[in-house]
Ligand binder design. Sequence first.
Ligand code: ATP
Length: 304
Amino acid sequence: MHQSDHAPLAQLQGAGKRYGTVVALDGVDLDLHRGQVLALLGANGAGKTTAISLLLGLLQPDAGQARLFGRSPQDLAARQGIGVMLQAGAIADTLAVGELLDLTRSYYPAPRSMADCVAIAGLDGLLKRRYGKLSGGQQRRVQFALAICGAPRMLFLDEPTTGLDIEARQGLWRGLRDLVAEGTSVLLTTHYLEEAEALADRVVVLADGRVVASGSLDEVRARVDQRRIRCTSTVDAEEVARWPRVRAVHRDGGRLEVVADVAEEIVRRLLAADPALSGLDVSRAGLAEAFLEITRDTSLKEAA
Ligand code: ATP
């Protein structure tokens, strides 16, 4: 396929998509370049699956455009260069895993060997089993194998590790890293910050159908690096909410939960305000809070 080395492999330009009155995507720009792993992050309903569906030609944008290898996503040559793992795939569940792999490999000009697929996706002992009889996690690994079996230059993975246990998740990450080292480019969606951290070079955060943050992992992490502090305390939640660098405070009975930009300073103040404080627990704030925060920042800026 003729394409300049600098042109994006996959691109959304000003892409918009509505479902009736629901605006799923609103002016989204997104580029995936050769050799990159791009993570598309966002809360439920942010528009991640819609963005992928536009790039795959499964949906048409109402505004802007989607390109694959500089072509229409419907173009057959473009489609043969990609592998896809969607959340809800229509996979014939009466076929054996080996049959599914053979069938999918036959769509590609130069597919991977069966042995490679088994090794990369961790399918030992599963080839003769019927897809429909596998566990959810095993089905996920088969879906991954179907995405990579054509040796595509670019992979689209929609929440690839949802439903996998920790070992299977890390196995999939290892497989993906090997493919990336071979030169495969990847666009993946995920709810898990640690998944983006383990794999991605670049991150795009979607909220309500818009890009609210994008850049290198470090750039985006700096905006979502908040701490969640939990304790049992009688300290006044409204007072805590007025402290600098506190983002959110929630009281549930005797338990207090504080989301803040830093942990130490807030913990010191809490202990000073309530020496009887107990059950202290500090963790990284979830992505959900971070997304809310980023979205709130955006809407405040827009309102200003
Ligand atoms: P999740 O993390 O839950 O998979 P997502 O980021 O992939 O979410 P999308 O599935 O792209 O989000 O959905 C974006 C918005 O469009 C949501 O408000 C969703 O309810 C809506 N939506 C998606 N598909 C349809 C559809 N077929 N008909 C109507 N509304 C839809």
